[in-house]
Design a protein around this ligand. Structure first.
Ligand code: KIV
Ligand code: ZN
Length: 524
């Protein structure tokens, strides 16, 4: 009999805690839908008490995304637990409240300033309260891997007695090494009398580059749920990369005997790309499984071997995980119907208005480049996601620059029926375009990060610009824009960040007008 390893995806919660990765609700919905297609077992959709946006995202995902369990995170406080309970409620029986409380000595003494007995009481009360709101409750002793094993065993036993069906042992600061972490899992299995009444889960961070190795060692020791994120995104060095965990279990089934996941591996590459696009976090070319070079063989000896027998140098079949799933590219002659079909194939669910926006941009791009590839389309979809009546759209851009002229940009924006235009000199063409937008909007954004990447190949490739901007409130906002012209792509990216800032402000206003949720930002 093969045991199932439950795959718990926290891309939208722990992954989103990565600075600059924050996604708006629309983007989170797209990611959640794709995670459902990937067939993960649990989607941790957010930390509802943190902000109105988080609450709303979890609630919407719990309402609309079918299939996986939808979890919301909460500290062991009534306010947190009630918010998480309300947010996951629309998922019904598939709603999970994930409560956590730090248990290690360093966290008890310095962060919480609470003694062991109080921590124990708070954990039990938290789990009990969560159980009044959801049937499915998970408990995490934060910094579990650095907690005294005897105390950890006591708190785990008490949490199970209080009603937790899943016990997750986080390696919060990525301190564990595989043998030691596996030994901790074995210790809990041997020393907690009711351990079989709960699923043992692991949650590893990658500070020493061992998150996946630690997760797999724990699985070998009896853990049956693995938590992680797509592309391994997350706070600091990130979380265990789920695609690596899944493919390691599958590829080395000779070693991880009688274990399986029910992840739809054909969706892996698509999911990785979507998460990268929505979070603005690029995947390293050499990243295992999903990096651009993961299956690229450049040396002659390897190429020769591959041609003779693929398995000489490839331990996984790239086609099985969705590499090379692209179809014939579209051209400017392709119609709306063909575009809609291709967008559906790529997994995007767009409204009529959004499809109109993408179609318009598709025609513009089609005039400038011969083929419009799937990756080109994906970046056009990003552009259209904020295409509401209330957002600013780039209508016209003219830039004068050269070796002896002061770079100057003139920009015209449209918002609904309104047209706004201004010009500005700048320290380079990109800077001038951004400053012209600042002048129109009477805003001042500080560019913190700027990257440009060719989306597809060839001289006419779309350039995609990703920027991180601070509009003065200390929060980093990501903006993305694409064009065959890099300056235009930069202006679009900047405008995208502006629109996100406006949307976030609007959302805060709307919810604080009638909502009871806290607006304060608190992260574990
Ligand atoms: O890393 C951690 O400890 C966490 C918990 C909230 C599970 O993310
Ligand atoms: Zn974590």
């Amino acid at each position: 009999m093969s045991d199932k390893i439950i795959i718990f995806d926290t891309t939208l919660r722990d992954g989103e805690q990565c600075p600059g990765a924050s996604m708006n609700i629309r983007e989170k919905m797209e990611v959640a839908r794709q995670l459902a297609r990937l067939n993960v077992d649990v989607i941790e959709a957010g930390f509802p008490v943190v902000s109105d946006g988080d609450f709303e995202a979890v609630r919407q995902i719990a309402t609309e995304v079918k299939g996986p369990i939808i979890a919301g995170l909460a500290r062991c406080t009534a306010k947190d637990i009630d918010a998480a309970g309300a947010a996951v409620k629309p998922a019904g029986e598939r709603g999970r409240i994930h409560v956590f409380l730090a248990t290690s000595k360093i966290h008890r003494d310095f962060k919480l300033k609470k003694a062991r007995e109080e921590i124990l009481r708070l954990a039990v009360d938290g789990v009990k309260r969560a159980r009044t709101l959801a049937r499915d409750v998970e408990f995490s002793p934060e910094d579990g891997s650095r907690t005294e094993p005897e105390f950890l065993a006591r708190i785990v036993k008490a949490a199970i007695e209080a009603g937790a069906a899943t016990i997750n042992i986080p390696d919060t600061v990525g301190y564990a090494v595989p043998e030691q972490y596996a030994a901790l899992i074995t210790y809990l299995r041997d020393n907690v009398s009711n351990i079989d009444d709960a699923v043992l889960s692991v949650h590893c961070h990658n500070d020493l580059g061992m998150a996946v190795a630690n997760s797999l060692a724990a699985v070998n020791a009896g853990a049956r749920q693995v938590e992680g994120t797509i592309n391994g995104i997350g706070e600091r060095a990130g979380n265990a990369a789920l695609e690596e965990v899944v493919m390691a279990l599958r590829t080395r089934s000779d070693f991880f005997k009688d274990l399986h996941t029910t992840v739809e591996i054909r969706e892996i590459v698509k999911t990785s790309r979507l998460v990268s696009r929505m979070s603005g976090l690029m995947v390293a070319r050499s990243k295992a499984v999903v990096g651009e070079n993961a299956f690229a063989h450049s040396s002659g000896i390897h190429q020769d071997g591959i041609l003779k027998k693929r398995e000489t140098y490839e331990i996984m079949d790239p086609r099985e995980i969705g590499w090379g799933d692209t179809e014939l590219p579209l051209t400017k002659h392709s119609g709306r119907h063909a575009l809609v079909k291709r967008l559906e194939h790529l997994g995007f669910t767009l409204s009529e208005a959004e499809t109109d926006g993408v179609f318009l941009r598709f025609k513009e791009i089609g005039d400038r480049k011969k083929f419009v590839y799937d990756d080109d389309l994906a970046v056009l979809v990003d552009d259209s996601m904020l295409g509401s009546q209330e957002s600013y759209v780039l209508d016209y851009l003219h830039v004068a620059s050269g070796t002896t002229t002061v770079p100057t940009a003139t920009v015209r924006l449209k918002k609904g029926n309104k047209e706004l235009q201004d010009s500005s000199p700048g320290n380079g063409a990109v800077d001038a375009a951004m400053k012209a937008i600042d002048r129109i909007l009477k805003k001042r954004g500080h560019l913190i990060e700027y990257t440009v990447q060719a989306v597809t190949q060839g001289k006419d490739a779309l350039g995609e610009v990703t920027i991180k901007v601070d509009f003065g409130d200390g929060e980093l906002l990501t903006g993305k824009g694409a064009s065959t012209d890099v300056i235009e792509a930069s202006a679009r990216a900047y405008l995208n960040a502006v629109n996100r800032a406006l949307l976030a402000g609007r959302l805060r206003k709307t919810r604080s007008a009638g909502a009871t949720q806290s607006k304060k930002t608190t992260t574990p």
